[in-house]
Ligand binder design. Structure first.
Ligand SMILES: Cc1ncc(COP(=O)(O)O)c(C=O)c1O
Length: 416
């Protein structure tokens, strides 16, 4: 049982963990890679890479329709991955797990299906926050083009937090859905999603949680949260790109019409009428990303060998250390200072464009993100065009943070 951070430090052997990720030992520009762009995508452990290689080398076949050995083997592995996701987020049933391309497609699926189910009528509202990723803004606007859905945006304070009273007051009888990010990819804010769900449910409004950034940083239990929908992307949680998850409560998924039509999602097809498969098949038209699903299963196996609390506390320690060190740099301002924060730090430095920061430290093999991070409304809110962003995973070290600081001081010197 782990009680204190020092116990954890003893237990988590970061250098051993780093050996699981082959890319972390490569060099860039003759310098060891310092990968600090984990909010964009995470690196992959060898076990995930091996699972993809193994699948394509030995087990490749299309799934669900073949009665021969390889097809059944591939089907078993794909469906087993669905079971792993179900366990990972504690869904009631594997049929509540829809494989999609990623968080973006999952939100588009719900938006489109709610629209077609006529859950949204003209003048209805979807509530989001000011800190959403574009993936949780644009799909609702696209539906709005057809239905005149009003997007109600909950403001954020200077620290990057929402006020729950504002949120509660924003819900009206026109509100058909609340769709909120769990952890902001730009500010790092951890939103009180359990409370948000409680408030929305007290007014009979369902809630979608964009968990793209939360899943890699914390244990998520969809039953405990009582989320109606929870979405995430495999590549941000050490799995492959092109695979993601829409979790939905069965009661919603069953009444929602399909998102796309084609093979696999049907029961019968006639020119006059088509009937659809049960969930989850109803939402998985065409040949899916079979290898991606299997790879995501391998990523979940990888994470499951750790104590999630242990990883979170280690990342928290990295966050504190990096925040302290960054604050020592003259003219550097951190954007996003919420009390509850994940290991994502956006910052600007007086008089230096973030692109210059990113480009210069790249010459030392340090990879950070620069730009608007697909959150242009946040840039507007803080009156900046772009930020630099360092985001940490449990395979990062304080030594890498020191290298970042050293790189930033070098940038400052060049511009002084
Ligand atoms: C909070 C958040 N939501 C949604 C997305 C979209 O994820 P994807 O591009 O994998 O669909 C991202 C990606 O950065 C994100 O950070």
């Amino acid at each position: 049982m782990i009680n204190t951070i020092s116990d954890i430090k003893k237990k988590l052997d970061v250098h051993k963990v780093r050996n699981d990720f082959p890319i972390l030992s490569r060099s860039i520009n003759g310098k060891p890679l310092v990968y600090l762009d984990n909010a964009a995508t995470t690196q992959k452990p060898q076990t995930v890479i091996d699972s993809l290689n193994h699948y394509y080398t030995f087990d490749n076949a299309n799934i669900h329709r073949g009665l021969y050995f390889l097809s059944e083997l591939a089907t078993d592995q794909y469906e087993n991955a669905r079971l792993k996701v179900k366990e990972f987020i504690n869904a009631i049933s594997a049929s509540e797990i829809i494989f999609v391309r990623g968080a973006t497609e999952a939100i588009n699926l719900v938006a489109s299906s709610f629209c077609r189910a006529k859950i949204f009528c003209n003048g209805d509202e979807v509530i989001i926050t000011h800190m959403e990723h574009h993936a949780n803004i644009v799909p609702w606007q696209l539906m709005g083009d057809r239905k005149q859905i009003n997007l109600k945006v909950i403001p954020i304070n200077d620290s990057g937090e929402i006020d729950l009273n504002n949120f509660a007051n924003a819900i009206t009888e026109k509100t058909k859905l609340v769709s909120v990010v769990h952890i902001s990819n730009t500010l790092g804010t951890i939103n009180p999603v359990k409370k948000i769900i409680e408030i929305a449910h007290s007014k009979n409004v369902p809630v979608l949680i964009d968990g793209a950034q939360a899943i890699p940083h914390m244990k998520v239990d969809v039953q405990e949260l009582n989320a109606d929908f929870y979405v995430f992307s495999g590549h941000k949680v050490f799995g492959p790109t092109g695979i993601g998850v829409l979790y939905g409560k069965a009661e919603y998924l069953e009444m929602m019409p399909p998102y796309q039509g084609g093979g696999s999602m049907i029961r019968t097809v006639d020119f006059e009428k088509t009937t659809y498969d049960d969930i989850p098949g109803k939402f998985e038209a065409g040949t899916p990303n079979i290898a991606g699903g299997i790879g995501l299963g391998a990523a979940i196996d990888y994470i499951n060998q750790f104590d999630r609390l242990e990883l979170s506390l280690y990342e928290e320690e990295l966050l504190k250390y990096a925040t302290n060190e960054l604050q020592k740099i003259d003219g550097l301002k951190i954007i996003g200072t919420a009390k509850e924060k994940a290991s994502v730090i956006s910052f600007v430095i007086d008089g230096i464009h973030p692109y210059d920061i990113g480009t210069i430290i790249d010459t030392d093999g340090i990879a950070i993100r620069t730009g608007h991070h697909c959150t242009q409304p946040i840039m507007k809110r803080y009156n900046v065009l772009a930020t630099a962003r360092a985001s940490f995973s449990f395979y990062n070290t304080k030594d890498e943070i020191d290298k970042l600081i050293h790189g930033l001081l070098k940038v400052k010197k060049m511009f002084s």
